[in-house]
Design a protein around this ligand. Structure first.
Ligand code: ADP
Ligand code: MG
Length: 211
């Protein structure tokens, strides 16, 4: 069990927030991935449900967000609106340490126009489903030129739901030199194909424990 405080350059204010939330030590996936993510590496990570993947990508995303601009810098793609909401809730808890860090969810069942209004006001971390992200791209209410990190959360589930082409297409709308992080509970062959299409020289991490 390694303390969050061992991460190089982790802001004191974030350590305080993590402590308040009752998170003192990192889970295994967090321990193996947060450092390389902060260094800018692409990551292909497999670890079980409940192992703390959200903060594994969420902590680096919050640390690296530049709040001097209101452009989106991280986009997290999740299979369902429920998961998008869950990820947003978890990230909002830790993002509290950084003033003005804005997190916005993009999923169906909410009027496009209301989301477009929120996008126009600016947000740093976007969390959404493939279909709704595509809708905004098609309508021109979202551009991804400022994205530094693309996160694919629950990638195996997204492929089960038939989102392969959508995900690759969304990826083609952002800078080639972005960082890409793929998180999955399982590694079927289709995941390897998706990784080949989107990741550059990734560090592969496989963890069997949830703690
Ligand atoms: P996964 O995405 O791998 O299924 P989650 O990110 O949803 O897992 O995390 C599962 C639970 O573990 C959440 O309730 C989360 O708040 C909690 N958690 C995450 N990181 C830690 C930590 N370092 N210490 C204690 N609990 C944690
Ligand atoms: Mg998760």
């Amino acid at each position: 069990m390694t303390a969050f405080s061992t991460i190089l350059n982790i802001p004191k204010a974030l350590l305080g927030t993590l402590e308040t939330l009752g998170f003192s030590t990192m889970t295994e996936i967090q321990q193996q991935s947060i450092g390389p993510i902060l260094e800018g590496k692409d990551i292909l990570a497999q670890s079980k449900t409940g192992s703390g993947k959200t903060l594994a990508f969420g902590i680096p995303a919050a640390i690296r967000t530049n709040v001097e601009t209101n452009k989106p810098q991280t986009i997290v793609i999740t299979p369902t609106r429920e998961l998008a909401e869950q990820v947003a809730m978890e990230l909002r808890k830790i993002a509290a340490y950084k003033a003005n860090l804005k997190i916005l969810t993009l999923y169906g069942g909410v009027p496009l126009r209301a989301q477009a209004g929120s996008l126009a006001k600016g947000a740093h971390i976007l969390i959404g489903t493939p279909g709704r992200i595509q809708d905004h791209l098609a309508k021109g209410t979202l551009t991804l030129e400022s994205i530094k990190t693309l996160v694919l959360d629950e990638a195996d589930r997204m492929l089960d739901m038939g989102f392969y082409d959508e995900i690759v297409k969304i990826g083609s709308n952002m800078p080639k030199n972005r960082q890409t992080l793929l998180f999955s509970a399982t590694f079927p062959p289709k995941i390897e194909a998706l990784a080949k299409a989107l990741l550059k020289n990734p560090l592969t991490i496989k963890v069997d424990t949830v703690q």
